[in-house]
Design a protein. Sequence first.
Length: 257
Amino acid sequence: MATIRIIGPGRAGTSFARALAEAGHDVLPLLGRADDLDDAARGVDALILAVPDDDIAAVAARVIPDAHCVVLHLSGSLGCDVLVPHPRRAAMHPLVPLPNGEVGAQRLRSGVTLAVAGDVLAEHLGESLGARLVTVADADRPRYHAAACVAANHVVALLGQVERIAESIGLDVQTFLGLTRAAVDDVGTLGPRAALTGPASRGDWSTIARHLDALEPSERAAYGAGVALALELAGTGLSLPSTLVSTPKATAADPAR
Protein backbone atom coordinates (compact mmCIF):
# COMPACT_ATOMS: atom_id res chain seq x y z
CA MET A 1 0.00 0.00 0.00
CA ALA A 2 1.10 3.57 -0.70
CA THR A 3 1.55 6.67 1.41
CA ILE A 4 -0.46 9.44 -0.24
CA ARG A 5 -0.82 13.18 0.20
CA ILE A 6 -3.56 15.16 -1.54
CA ILE A 7 -3.60 18.87 -2.35
CA GLY A 8 -7.16 20.11 -2.65
CA PRO A 9 -9.78 19.53 0.07
CA GLY A 10 -12.75 19.92 -2.28
CA ARG A 11 -15.15 17.30 -3.59
CA ALA A 12 -12.61 15.35 -5.65
CA GLY A 13 -9.88 15.52 -3.04
CA THR A 14 -12.07 14.36 -0.16
CA SER A 15 -13.62 11.63 -2.32
CA PHE A 16 -10.24 10.19 -3.27
CA ALA A 17 -8.91 10.58 0.28
CA ARG A 18 -11.75 8.51 1.73
CA ALA A 19 -11.74 5.93 -1.04
CA LEU A 20 -7.98 5.37 -0.94
CA ALA A 21 -7.94 5.19 2.87
CA GLU A 22 -10.76 2.62 2.77
CA ALA A 23 -8.69 0.64 0.27
CA GLY A 24 -5.86 0.44 2.82
CA HIS A 25 -3.55 3.26 1.77
CA ASP A 26 -1.99 5.65 4.26
CA VAL A 27 -3.62 8.98 3.35
CA LEU A 28 -2.13 11.98 5.11
CA PRO A 29 -4.17 15.08 6.04
CA LEU A 30 -5.25 17.07 3.00
CA LEU A 31 -3.51 20.30 2.11
CA GLY A 32 -5.04 23.48 0.73
CA ARG A 33 -3.35 25.86 -1.66
CA ALA A 34 -2.88 28.32 1.21
CA ASP A 35 -0.60 25.80 2.93
CA ASP A 36 3.16 25.61 2.44
CA LEU A 37 3.48 23.18 -0.46
CA ASP A 38 7.25 23.22 -0.91
CA ASP A 39 7.81 19.80 0.66
CA ALA A 40 4.46 18.24 -0.23
CA ALA A 41 6.16 15.52 -2.33
CA ARG A 42 8.64 14.57 0.37
CA GLY A 43 8.07 11.34 2.28
CA VAL A 44 5.13 10.10 0.21
CA ASP A 45 4.73 7.66 -2.65
CA ALA A 46 2.08 9.73 -4.41
CA LEU A 47 1.03 13.37 -4.39
CA ILE A 48 -2.42 13.91 -5.90
CA LEU A 49 -3.32 17.38 -7.16
CA ALA A 50 -7.10 17.63 -6.77
CA VAL A 51 -7.33 21.21 -8.01
CA PRO A 52 -9.05 22.84 -11.02
CA ASP A 53 -7.44 22.16 -14.40
CA ASP A 54 -6.30 25.74 -14.85
CA ASP A 55 -4.42 25.64 -11.53
CA ILE A 56 -2.62 22.30 -11.90
CA ALA A 57 0.58 23.61 -13.50
CA ALA A 58 0.92 26.44 -11.00
CA VAL A 59 0.35 24.18 -8.00
CA ALA A 60 2.77 21.56 -9.35
CA ALA A 61 5.41 24.26 -9.83
CA ARG A 62 5.17 25.20 -6.13
CA VAL A 63 6.18 21.69 -5.05
CA ILE A 64 9.87 20.75 -4.87
CA PRO A 65 10.39 17.63 -7.05
CA ASP A 66 11.23 14.38 -5.32
CA ALA A 67 12.71 11.46 -7.24
CA HIS A 68 10.62 8.93 -5.33
CA CYS A 69 7.22 10.60 -5.42
CA VAL A 70 4.72 10.24 -8.27
CA VAL A 71 2.79 13.47 -8.81
CA LEU A 72 -0.69 12.83 -10.23
CA HIS A 73 -3.51 15.07 -11.35
CA LEU A 74 -7.19 14.21 -11.72
CA SER A 75 -7.87 16.14 -14.93
CA GLY A 76 -9.53 14.43 -17.85
CA SER A 77 -8.37 16.91 -20.49
CA LEU A 78 -4.70 17.47 -19.57
CA GLY A 79 -1.69 15.28 -20.16
CA CYS A 80 1.20 14.55 -17.84
CA ASP A 81 3.39 17.28 -19.34
CA VAL A 82 1.60 19.85 -17.19
CA LEU A 83 3.38 18.32 -14.18
CA VAL A 84 6.91 19.10 -15.37
CA PRO A 85 9.51 19.26 -13.75
CA HIS A 86 8.45 16.35 -11.55
CA PRO A 87 10.31 13.25 -12.78
CA ARG A 88 7.49 10.78 -12.10
CA ARG A 89 4.13 11.96 -13.42
CA ALA A 90 0.69 10.44 -13.91
CA ALA A 91 -2.97 11.25 -14.52
CA MET A 92 -6.03 9.51 -13.11
CA HIS A 93 -9.50 10.70 -14.10
CA PRO A 94 -12.71 9.10 -12.78
CA LEU A 95 -15.69 8.69 -15.11
CA VAL A 96 -18.18 9.44 -12.37
CA PRO A 97 -19.54 12.57 -10.67
CA LEU A 98 -18.11 13.24 -7.21
CA PRO A 99 -20.72 15.45 -5.50
CA ASN A 100 -19.22 15.12 -2.00
CA GLY A 101 -16.65 13.07 -0.13
CA GLU A 102 -18.99 10.36 1.13
CA VAL A 103 -20.88 9.69 -2.09
CA GLY A 104 -17.74 10.19 -4.16
CA ALA A 105 -15.80 7.60 -2.16
CA GLN A 106 -18.59 5.07 -2.57
CA ARG A 107 -18.66 5.63 -6.31
CA LEU A 108 -14.88 5.42 -6.65
CA ARG A 109 -14.99 1.98 -5.03
CA SER A 110 -17.97 0.73 -7.04
CA GLY A 111 -16.08 -0.47 -10.11
CA VAL A 112 -16.05 2.92 -11.84
CA THR A 113 -13.90 3.52 -14.92
CA LEU A 114 -10.65 5.42 -14.39
CA ALA A 115 -8.68 6.84 -17.31
CA VAL A 116 -4.99 6.60 -16.45
CA ALA A 117 -1.78 7.77 -18.08
CA GLY A 118 1.87 8.07 -17.14
CA ASP A 119 3.54 6.31 -14.22
CA VAL A 120 2.34 2.79 -13.48
CA LEU A 121 1.49 3.78 -9.91
CA ALA A 122 -1.71 5.34 -11.25
CA GLU A 123 -2.76 1.87 -12.44
CA HIS A 124 -1.88 0.33 -9.07
CA LEU A 125 -3.96 2.92 -7.22
CA GLY A 126 -6.87 2.36 -9.58
CA GLU A 127 -6.66 -1.39 -9.19
CA SER A 128 -6.69 -1.03 -5.40
CA LEU A 129 -10.02 0.81 -5.73
CA GLY A 130 -11.44 -2.01 -7.84
CA ALA A 131 -11.76 0.32 -10.82
CA ARG A 132 -12.02 -0.57 -14.48
CA LEU A 133 -8.94 0.99 -16.06
CA VAL A 134 -8.61 2.50 -19.51
CA THR A 135 -5.40 4.03 -20.80
CA VAL A 136 -5.75 7.37 -22.58
CA ALA A 137 -2.69 8.89 -24.21
CA ASP A 138 -1.91 12.55 -23.59
CA ALA A 139 -2.76 13.52 -27.18
CA ASP A 140 -6.19 11.87 -26.90
CA ARG A 141 -7.24 13.30 -23.57
CA PRO A 142 -9.04 16.42 -24.87
CA ARG A 143 -11.31 14.24 -27.05
CA TYR A 144 -11.76 11.74 -24.23
CA HIS A 145 -12.79 14.52 -21.87
CA ALA A 146 -15.11 16.06 -24.45
CA ALA A 147 -16.91 12.70 -24.64
CA ALA A 148 -17.08 12.60 -20.84
CA CYS A 149 -18.59 16.09 -20.69
CA VAL A 150 -21.24 15.18 -23.26
CA ALA A 151 -22.00 11.95 -21.38
CA ALA A 152 -22.57 13.74 -18.06
CA ASN A 153 -22.72 17.54 -18.16
CA HIS A 154 -24.63 17.84 -21.42
CA VAL A 155 -27.11 15.14 -20.44
CA VAL A 156 -27.78 16.98 -17.18
CA ALA A 157 -28.20 20.25 -19.09
CA LEU A 158 -30.72 18.58 -21.41
CA LEU A 159 -32.64 17.29 -18.42
CA GLY A 160 -32.71 20.88 -17.23
CA GLN A 161 -34.56 21.66 -20.44
CA VAL A 162 -36.91 18.74 -19.78
CA GLU A 163 -37.60 20.24 -16.34
CA ARG A 164 -38.40 23.67 -17.78
CA ILE A 165 -40.75 22.32 -20.44
CA ALA A 166 -42.41 19.93 -17.98
CA GLU A 167 -42.99 22.68 -15.42
CA SER A 168 -44.77 24.76 -18.08
CA ILE A 169 -47.54 22.12 -18.12
CA GLY A 170 -47.58 21.38 -14.39
CA LEU A 171 -45.32 18.33 -14.35
CA ASP A 172 -41.88 17.75 -12.84
CA VAL A 173 -38.68 16.22 -14.17
CA GLN A 174 -39.25 13.03 -12.17
CA THR A 175 -42.12 12.22 -14.54
CA PHE A 176 -39.64 11.71 -17.37
CA LEU A 177 -36.65 10.10 -15.63
CA GLY A 178 -37.94 6.56 -16.12
CA LEU A 179 -37.92 7.25 -19.85
CA THR A 180 -34.37 8.58 -19.63
CA ARG A 181 -33.13 5.58 -17.63
CA ALA A 182 -34.72 3.12 -20.04
CA ALA A 183 -33.19 4.91 -23.03
CA VAL A 184 -29.73 4.86 -21.42
CA ASP A 185 -30.13 1.16 -20.58
CA ASP A 186 -31.04 0.50 -24.22
CA VAL A 187 -27.88 2.29 -25.36
CA GLY A 188 -25.84 -0.02 -23.12
CA THR A 189 -27.59 -3.12 -24.46
CA LEU A 190 -28.21 -2.27 -28.10
CA GLY A 191 -25.89 0.62 -28.93
CA PRO A 192 -26.94 4.21 -29.64
CA ARG A 193 -28.30 3.77 -33.18
CA ALA A 194 -30.50 0.78 -32.39
CA ALA A 195 -31.72 2.46 -29.19
CA LEU A 196 -32.85 5.62 -31.00
CA THR A 197 -36.61 6.19 -31.19
CA GLY A 198 -38.81 9.22 -31.73
CA PRO A 199 -40.00 11.50 -34.53
CA ALA A 200 -36.56 12.52 -35.81
CA SER A 201 -35.58 8.90 -36.46
CA ARG A 202 -38.78 8.48 -38.50
CA GLY A 203 -38.62 11.80 -40.33
CA ASP A 204 -41.93 12.81 -38.75
CA TRP A 205 -41.67 16.50 -39.59
CA SER A 206 -45.24 17.43 -38.68
CA THR A 207 -44.67 16.24 -35.10
CA ILE A 208 -41.38 18.13 -34.88
CA ALA A 209 -43.12 21.24 -36.24
CA ARG A 210 -45.78 20.97 -33.52
CA HIS A 211 -43.05 20.66 -30.90
CA LEU A 212 -41.27 23.76 -32.16
CA ASP A 213 -44.52 25.70 -32.36
CA ALA A 214 -45.38 24.79 -28.75
CA LEU A 215 -41.98 25.55 -27.25
CA GLU A 216 -40.86 28.89 -25.90
CA PRO A 217 -38.51 30.64 -28.37
CA SER A 218 -35.61 30.24 -25.94
CA GLU A 219 -35.98 26.43 -26.03
CA ARG A 220 -36.10 25.96 -29.81
CA ALA A 221 -32.40 26.11 -30.64
CA ALA A 222 -31.53 23.34 -28.18
CA TYR A 223 -34.45 21.23 -29.40
CA GLY A 224 -33.38 21.73 -33.02
CA ALA A 225 -29.80 20.77 -32.17
CA GLY A 226 -31.11 17.58 -30.58
CA VAL A 227 -33.12 16.77 -33.69
CA ALA A 228 -30.02 17.30 -35.85
CA LEU A 229 -27.99 14.93 -33.65
CA ALA A 230 -30.75 12.32 -33.80
CA LEU A 231 -30.87 12.56 -37.60
CA GLU A 232 -27.10 12.15 -37.82
CA LEU A 233 -27.24 9.12 -35.53
CA ALA A 234 -30.11 7.54 -37.46
CA GLY A 235 -27.97 7.56 -40.60
CA THR A 236 -30.98 7.75 -42.89
CA GLY A 237 -29.67 10.68 -44.93
CA LEU A 238 -32.56 12.84 -43.74
CA SER A 239 -32.00 16.40 -42.58
CA LEU A 240 -34.19 18.90 -40.81
CA PRO A 241 -36.19 20.81 -43.44
CA SER A 242 -35.06 24.39 -43.88
CA THR A 243 -38.62 25.60 -43.27
CA LEU A 244 -38.43 24.25 -39.74
CA VAL A 245 -34.97 25.70 -39.17
CA SER A 246 -35.47 29.20 -40.56
CA THR A 247 -39.17 30.02 -40.20
CA PRO A 248 -39.94 31.68 -36.83
CA LYS A 249 -42.79 29.95 -35.04
CA ALA A 250 -45.78 31.90 -33.88
CA THR A 251 -46.21 32.59 -30.19
CA ALA A 252 -49.31 33.40 -28.17
CA ALA A 253 -48.49 37.10 -28.49
CA ASP A 254 -48.08 37.05 -32.28
CA PRO A 255 -50.87 38.82 -34.24
CA ALA A 256 -50.56 36.13 -36.92
CA ARG A 257 -51.73 33.50 -34.49
